[in-house]
Ligand binder design. Structure first.
Ligand SMILES: CC(C)(COP(=O)(O)OP(=O)(O)OC[C@H]1O[C@@H](n2cnc3c(N)ncnc32)[C@H](O)[C@@H]1O)[C@@H](O)C(=O)NCCC(=O)NCCS
Ligand SMILES: Nc1ncnc2c1ncn2[C@@H]1O[C@H](COP(=O)(O)OP(=O)(O)OP(=O)(O)O)[C@@H](O)[C@H]1O
Length: 290
């Protein structure tokens, strides 16, 4: 197998695994997990698994197209076409249900960035390169009225596109440092990941929540997620109780933090990429040498 194929298959595997790790993480408020379907009538764990697996060739194709390329408008437009086709693959597998639209966007850009420089493993540098790619205009992007476009106009928030074009601040400044810090405190991996999701939820202007529940719902989610962390996080009894309270509120309002879930998957992807690439180079990460 040539080097380009190895890089593409590795990145596609890491991206799919990140999606599976995110959906399997339990108990998440409002989202599909191993206990329930959250605030979703049309999503199930099985559907999310099938959708994630169906995206493996899509991520591999994005990586192949991006391999050792300098970020440019041409590259942006090429991967946009593959991403849009990926949405069609997803909708074909799910019978028209949106399982991973936001994830194709965010992970697609990160896969592209990681493939464009196969030596890159620092998560913040990968996110910055992905942001650079996202800032090139895509002349072929259809003008469509989406849930995101409506609430972005109504509430003046950046949404999924803005998050990427700003170099993924909720990934680099919230999610990744929070996960690292939780691990350093000796918190179990499951609780560290749940707390990382809550940290993102406490700050992100998630267009999924704004679309279903408006600004009041978004504020309730941000406060509820902060309350869990202020009560010691999901590894503490008080934090767990606050998490169950937040889940109840989200079910009553029937809202789901899909954007935060996508960014958690992106955190897990960059974390796994760093381990994978530093393992190959024998580079020390923190105080552990992989
Ligand atoms: C940018 C995208 C997500 C469209 O954005 P828009 O806001 O119009 O979409 P929509 O509301 O339908 O879905 C957005 C999804 O993003 C996620 N999301 C919501 N809020 C946020 C946020 N603040 N940050 C990150 N993700 C978020 C959610 O999962 C949500 O479902 C994307 O589909 C797109 O433009 N694709 C074109 C193909 C492309 O350029 N691909 C390139 C790389 S693959
Ligand atoms: N575990 C998860 N459970 C639910 N959604 C998730 C999960 N992980 C990621 N998501 C993201 O959430 C989005 C789906 O959210 P949602 O169903 O609220 O949006 P929608 O279908 O566009 O709109 P709506 O259902 O409000 O009409 C997907 O784009 C997906 O990327």
């Amino acid at each position: 197998m040539d080097q380009k194929t190895v890089v593409a298959e590795t990145l596609a595997e890491l991206a799919v695994q990140a999606l599976l790790d995110e959906v399997n993480l339990t108990p998440k408020p409002g989202l599909v997990d191993q206990e329930n379907n959250g605030a979703h009538y049309d999503l199930t764990l099985k559907l999310m698994h099938r959708s994630a697996e169906s995206l493996r060739p899509v991520f591999a194709e994005i990586a192949e197209a991006s391999y050792e390329r300098v970020p440019s408008q041409e590259l942006r437009e090429e991967i946009a076409a593959i991403g849009r086709n990926g949405e069609l693959v997803m909708l074909g597998i799910t019978g028209g249900v949106n399982t991973h639209k936001g994830a194709i966007w965010s992970l697609g850009l990160l896969v592209s960035a990681a493939a464009s420089d196969a030596e890159l493993f620092d998560p913040v540098q990968v996110a910055e390169r992905a942001g650079r790619i996202a800032r090139f205009p895509d002349r072929y992007c259809p003008v469509a009225s989406t849930n995101g476009s409506k609430v972005k106009a109504a509430y003046q928030v950046p949404g999924a596109k803005g998050e990427a074009q700003l170099n993924f601040p909720h990934l680099c400044k919230v999610g990744l440092p929070f996960l690292q810090n939780a691990r350093e405190k000796g918190i179990s991996e499951t609780n560290a990941r749940l707390d990382t999701l809550l940290a993102i939820m406490s700050e992100l202007d998630d267009t999924c929540i704004l679309h279903r529940g408006g600004m009041k719902a978004l504020q309730a989610v941000k406060k509820g997620a902060s309350d869990v962390l202020d009560n010691g996080g999901t590894s503490k009894t008080a934090g767990r109780l606050a998490l169950f309270g937040l889940d109840e509120t989200m079910m009553e309002l029937f809202i789901s933090p899909g954007g935060s879930a996508d960014l958690l998957a992106a955190v897990l992807f960059l974390d796994a990429l760093q381990k994978e690439r530093s393992l190959k180079g024998g580079v020390a990460v923190g105080n552990v040498t992989f």
